[in-house]
Design a protein around this ligand. Structure first.
Ligand code: NAD
Length: 351
């Protein structure tokens, strides 16, 4: 029988790559993309696959329990890959409640719906929760997060994601719901919303505007090309043991300031501007409260157990990303102006 996989947050940055990957690779699966289309959801990210026979889009808010229940009744998914979330740390500082609502309540609604329709018959079923390395808090100059690191979230965003991870584990332990969790480092790549560091810098450099850097720029993050994250999710979804979790990272740490300088160099070359002209746009701005110094992931478990490694280096991935943004400036302009939000109405009609 045909498998049905319900993917939440599929119109977002990472979700759109996961949806495309599953729709194209698994023609025998039916992929249901459930997304509320918040400011971060952009269906134009999926225009190339929206006519595929195995793809269905449902506009739905995961905090709406009765709507989620009715979707689970209608589609009877065998698997859930849950990416829908409020995802921007700065927004979580000004509006923590919406993070609690979507990231915690929304996750529990999905767990409840899966538990109800699977009704203790868990053969061939799976709930895969997509989470972040930010749940582990901040590292000093050395050390790496492993799957057994303690949770120590510092921002409302990471606290809400940590809470959702705990609920997922609680459903595994209490009800036997077959779950897996992946905690991934910072993603970058095509379709990345320009409020985040890399696309923001690309946008600012194209338009010769200041590049804002928090504090002294020494914050350190691990970076992963988004398509490599999609491949990791595919492997874990299909091959991991129930109740397991995996850290996913690029083996690739960068201080923000070094990353931005690398990006400036590549942009100067690609735009054929004088060397150093983009770097002149760097502007240091007031630090974010509770800013974590360093995140770094030990991704050796997924490498050793499932054979996953990133397919591109950071420099290659960054070059691919810049090329994508330079070739899709219309996408960047529409997202920056907010025009992308009319895509749903234009293509799916008013609701
Ligand atoms: P994103 O903000 O680009 O996309 C989130 C998507 O979820 C959007 O399409 C939005 O419309 C949808 N959404 C938001 N609230 C919703 C709701 N209440 N109901 C239904 N849909 C809703 O996020 P992203 O960067 O693609 O991240 C996806 C997931 O991966 C998140 O769970 C995030 O915590 C996790 N993650 C992200 C990163 C990263 O670097 N971006 C790293 C590790 C983990």
């Amino acid at each position: 029988m045909r498998k049905t996989i319900l993917i939440t947050g599929g119109a977002g940055f990472i979700g759109s790559h996961v949806v495309r990957h599953f729709v194209l690779k698994y023609a025998d699966y039916r992929i249901i993309n459930v997304d509320a289309l918040t400011y971060a959801g952009n269906l134009a990210n999926l225009h190339d696959i929206e006519q595929k026979e195995n793809y269905i889009f449902c506009k739905a808010d995961i905090t709406d329990k009765s709507l989620i229940d009715s979707l689970f009744d209608q589609y009877q998914p065998d698997g859930v890959i849950h990416l829908a979330a409020e995802s921007h740390v700065d927004r979580s500082i000004t509006d923590p409640l919406s993070f609690v609502k979507t990231n915690v309540l929304g996750t529990v609604n999905l767990l409840e719906a899966a538990k109800r329709i699977w009704n203790n018959d868990y053969a061939g079923k799976r709930f895969h929760h997509i989470s972040t390395d930010e749940v582990f808090g901040s590292l000093g100059e050395s050390g790496l997060f492993t799957e057994t690191s303690s949770y120590d979230p510092h921002s409302p965003y990471s606290a809400s994601k940590a809470s959702s991870d705990h609920f997922v584990r609680a459903y595994q332990d209490t009800y036997g719901l077959p779950t897996v969790i992946t905690n991934c480092s910072n993603n970058y790549g095509p379709n990345h919303f320009p409020e985040k560091l890399i696309p923001l810098c690309i946008h600012q450099i194209i338009h010769n505007k200041p590049i804002p850097i928090y504090g002294d720029g020494k914050y350190t993050r691990d970076w992963l090309y988004v398509l490599d994250h999609a491949l990791a999710i595919d492997l874990v979804f299909h091959q991991a043991k129930d109740g397991s979790s995996y850290n996913v990272g690029g083996f690739n740490e960068w201080k923000n300031i070094d990353l931005v300088k690398e990006l400036c160099q590549q942009m100067d070359q690609k735009l054929q501007r004088e060397t150093g002209s983009s770097e002149k746009l760097i502007t240091y701005v007031k630090d974010r409260p509770g800013h974590d110094l360093r995140y770094a992931i030990d991704a050796s478990k997924i490498k050793d157990e499932l054979g996953w490694t990133p397919s591109v280096t950071f420099e290659e991935g960054l070059s691919l990303t810049i090329d994508w943004f330079l070739n899709n400036q219309e996408w960047l302009d529409q997202v920056s102006s907010g025009e992308y939000q009319s895509y749903y109405e234009k293509h799916y009609g008013k609701q």
